[in-house]
Design a protein around this ligand. Structure first.
Ligand code: AQP
Length: 334
């Protein structure tokens, strides 16, 4: 008998155009992991509304992200691919987990503090509860592995704490998941405009990020404008965060190690290097964009993928939820 495949869950918010940070830290690993694991991937629209979204843009971004997943190589025949709000069990489990989550631990989360500062006019309960919804996403599917960027490590730790807390209080119910974070610098791609800050799709400064929809000229222009330092040596070092970030991006798109890149650009200035980084990114993104445009034209296909995905996800999620309801003592008929 063959070994059972490990279950894996991850999601991306349709909160704007997906960046190369999301791609390097998460999405390309979704593709790499799909043959060896039972994969469930979601477009996290419930998470997205924790910051203000324009409704028409949210609808469009949801469809675009679904098409992008497929264009990047996620195969809906191999994986369960769905939209989070199409599976009500996510909200239902969140309510139960809220009763074992403490406001103190939620208000200490780095992302909550960052986003509260960035969206001071809209510090809402959903923003604080984001990690509990994320825990529900993962625990509903009994996922053993969660591929995420390094920025989500703290939320994953909270998910583990909530799973253990629930299991201890009500007996063994949830698989306690492990994060799958890319090794090295790809785990956290930094902003091109401020390399001490994470690259984020909701950054107000569009020069800070490259989206997977940017055309070749835009990509090269943004790379040329990337903040570096007053030196001219292409070398990864702690005191050269801008250049180190570009070396990490170049490595992610070409497969070259930092040492190989340093050798390739020895004696050349930042100008040549930045153009090469832009070209390497465009070489991967342009064919992906063409594929995404083709998929987006076929709304029927996308609707079918989402419907089939939501049905498959609901079947698994319902099993966990009824177990949870039984454990906490909800009357479900005799
Ligand atoms: N800069 C990054 N480097 C590596 N990985 C990253 N991820 C995000 N930014 C980077 C990973 O991408 C996945 C999807 O992220 P998300 O959309 O669910 O939320 P996020 O982490 O909050 O991403 P953004 O781009 O910063 O979105 P906004 O601006 O809307 O908050 C996750 O696995 C994340 O780790």
């Amino acid at each position: 008998m063959g070994e059972e495949k490990k279950k894996l869950f991850s999601a991306v918010q349709p909160s704007g155009a997906v960046t190369i940070g999301n791609y390097i830290g998460a999405i390309r690993n979704f593709v790499r992991l799909q043959d060896e694991h039972d994969c469930i991937y979601a477009v996290a629209d419930l998470h997205a509304i924790t910051v203000k979204q324009e409704p028409a843009a949210l609808r469009r971004n949801t469809l675009e992200l679904m098409a992008l997943f497929i264009a990047c190589g996620i195969d809906p025949e191999k994986c369960v691919l769905f939209v989070q709000s199409h599976v009500p069990a996510h909200c239902e489990l969140t309510w139960v987990l809220n009763t074992i989550a403490y406001p103190g631990e939620l208000s200490r989360m780095t992302q909550f503090k960052d986003k509260s500062a960035r969206h001071a006019d809209n510090v809402n309960m959903g923003l604080m509860d984001y990690p509990v919804l994320m825990a529900s996403d993962i625990l509903l599917y009994q996922a053993a592995l969660v591929p995420v960027g390094a920025d989500q490590k703290q939320h994953l730790e909270l998910t583990r704490d909530l799973a253990i807390r629930f299991n201890n209080r009500y007996s063994d119910t949830f698989t306690v998941p492990e994060p799958f974070i890319p090794k090295g610098s790809g785990a956290k791609i930094m902003s091109l405009a401020d390399p001490t800050k994470k690259m984020s799709k909701s950054d107000e400064n569009p020069n800070g990020f490259i989206t997977l929809s940017d055309d070749k000229d835009t990509i090269i222009r943004k790379c040329k404008r990337a903040v570096t330092d007053s030196g001219n040596e292409v070398r990864a070092a702690e005191d050269k965060p801008g250049v180190s970030n570009l070396i990490a991006i170049y490595g992610a798109f070409t497969g070259k190690s930092a040492e190989e890149t340093e050798r390739e650009f020895a004696g050349k200035g930042y100008g040549d290097f930045k153009v090469a980084v832009g070209e390497a990114i465009a070489d991967v993104l342009v064919p992906m964009q063409e594929e995404k445009a083709r998929i987006l034209k076929d709304k029927q296909f996308l609707n079918d993928v989402m419907k089939k995905g939501a049905e498959a996800a609901s079947r698994i999620a319902r099993r966990t939820l009824s177990k949870v309801y039984r454990k906490v003592g909800f009357y479900q008929g005799e």
